[in-house]
Design a protein around this ligand. Sequence first.
Ligand SMILES: NC(=O)c1ccc[n+]([C@@H]2O[C@H](COP(=O)([O-])OP(=O)(O)OC[C@H]3O[C@@H](n4cnc5c(N)ncnc54)[C@H](OP(=O)(O)O)[C@@H]3O)[C@@H](O)[C@H]2O)c1
Length: 260
Amino acid sequence: MSTELDGRHALVTGAGRGIGLAIAHALADRGARLTLAARSTDALEAARRACLERGSPLVNTVSVNLTDRRALENLARRGATQVDILVNNAGAAPSSPVERTDDLLWDGTMALNAFAPFALCRAALPTMVERGWGRIVNVASTAGLAGYAYTAAYCASKHALVGVTRALGAEIDARWKHADVTVNAVCPGFVDTDIVQAAAERIAQLTGGDVAGARERLAAMNPGGRLLTPEDVAAAVARLVCEDPGDSQGVALELDGTGD
Ligand SMILES: NC(=O)c1ccc[n+]([C@@H]2O[C@H](COP(=O)([O-])OP(=O)(O)OC[C@H]3O[C@@H](n4cnc5c(N)ncnc54)[C@H](OP(=O)(O)O)[C@@H]3O)[C@@H](O)[C@H]2O)c1
């Protein structure tokens, strides 16, 4: 077991399953204390136990709906200000044609994928700077770098998250160059989680094809020709957290399955 993150405390949102769970595992493997956030208490409890088994000395869970402004404020004030590492991973990827992308879908997607990460960054940054060390990693998407059909709200929210990452990186450079604090984003292509499974099922239903074929088509859209694993993304996040920052400030790191 590595102790690289011994004494560091990390908050990971969306840590109950998928990419967030793999990130929690990767940080637990390196000895970090953890606060895991999501809505489902059962999934969080299972994640908590797994992280303790993997070597995290202390794991707390917070059941929170990040689209609820008061609950988010509470997590920002009581959770984000306490941590050395913040991983904004929770997100949802609704799809719908433009004429059916109503205000509710737009607002909900922007609230979860863009505003919640920003609010947690806003709360976490000043104390990280004060303590002289901090790492923020935002889990964006290739949908934050390019446009995909039927996903205007999702693409807009991930472009916003990439924008927030770049702007905060520039602000740290301008104001707090002395502090060892970084804000970066990872931008994965299609990853083998519930989000991709749901997308494949939707495509199969709409086209009358089978789910396996739809998964293959999604995998083929990644330049590497395969679905990424949650562990691929977690490894990239762990690198941004653990390694000497070098030029990694405000960077949106594309993970396309070719050489990650
Ligand atoms: N899978 C992909 O192909 C892919 C590609 C690029 C980027 N991403 C991004 O990676 C991140 C994780 O995706 P994933 O594929 O691992 O998705 P996932 O398996 O659906 O997991 C999403 C996580 O976010 C939590 N969450 C969802 N809505 C929430 C809310 N309102 N409040 C609090 N927590 C909430 C979920 O837990 P609860 O439901 O219990 O709340 C869950 O833990 C997302 O930001 C996604 O956009 C995914």
